[in-house]
Design a binder for this molecule. Structure first.
Ligand code: ADP
Length: 230
């Protein structure tokens, strides 16, 4: 069996200029390759282009310059509906503010998250349970998400993001709303998922978070820089 896989993320001379007026160059001449199984953190101060990078990498926004191959697919060639399908099937998102449905249980939140993932309806509850067990929440599956602690909510959000086995787990400030003990638990979970082979990109302004993973990329004024390992 071949073990050759295309990179999950391959940016070549990528730029994004918001039209304005006045036009704003939010990303410029970005080159970046992230291989399968890597855990990469992306750091930068406010206004440096982190959200713009997340939107590009997550197929939420389109570039104005350069090329982006995701999982070997040239994203410029995709119709909007194809980009949406690719995003639903191959990218799991985790946000700072969890984005769970408060009046649904943990299990329902994870199962509903698979609506656009290509997982057949009949398999979704089973997959949701497996994912919740994986994040250590077997005992909280039936709890309404509004009754969960912040750390538990973020673990549900991670379960939802990985339940359909995406190619990429894309996290935006995943510990930004958590106390330090819950933040550590979430980071330990990301480390475990990485050890199991998941490709993870975490966007953060927090240096402690940035120390996780294999590589750190910094963004300054819309440009990406590889940070040397310490
Ligand atoms: P960060 O997430 O690091 O705070 P952003 O990616 O949000 O940075 O922003 C990068 C630059 O692009 C900033 O100068 C910001 O003001 C600008 N920007 C972001 N979104 C838009 C938009 N929709 N229209 C115009 N400029 C924008």
């Amino acid at each position: 069996m071949s073990t050759q896989h295309p990179p999950v993320i391959e940016l070549r001379q990528v730029g994004l200029t918001y039209a304005g007026p006045p036009p704003v160059v939010a990303l410029r001449q970005c080159n970046l390759t992230i291989e399968r199984g890597e855990f990469v953190t992306v750091v930068g101060p406010s206004g440096s282009g982190k959200s713009t990078f997340l939107n590009i990498a997550g197929l939420l926004d389109t570039l104005t310059h350069g090329s982006y191959h995701f999982d070997g697919i040239d994203t410029a060639a995709l119709k909007e509906s194809e980009r949406t399908a690719l995003r639903g099937q191959r990218i799991g998102f985790v946000f700072q503010s969890f984005h769970l449905m408060p009046h649904r249980t943990a299990e329902e939140n994870v199962a509903l998250g698979m609506m656009y993932s290509g997982v057949p309806r009949a398999d979704r509850i089973c997959r949701a349970r497996e994912a919740l067990i994986r994040v250590g929440l077997a005992h909280r599956m039936g709890a309404l998400s509004s009754r969960l602690s912040g750390g538990e909510r973020q673990r549900v959000a991670i379960a939802r993001a990985v339940a359909a086995t995406p190619s990429l787990l894309l996290c935006d400030e995943p510990t930004g709303n958590l106390d330090s003990a819950s933040a550590e638990a979430v980071l330990a979970l990301l480390d475990e998922l990485h050890a199991d082979g998941m490709t993870i990109v975490v966007i953060t302004h927090d240096q402690t978070v940035a120390e996780h993973g294999d590589r750190t990329i910094s963004i300054r004024d819309g440009a990406l820089y590889e940070r040397a390992a310490t």
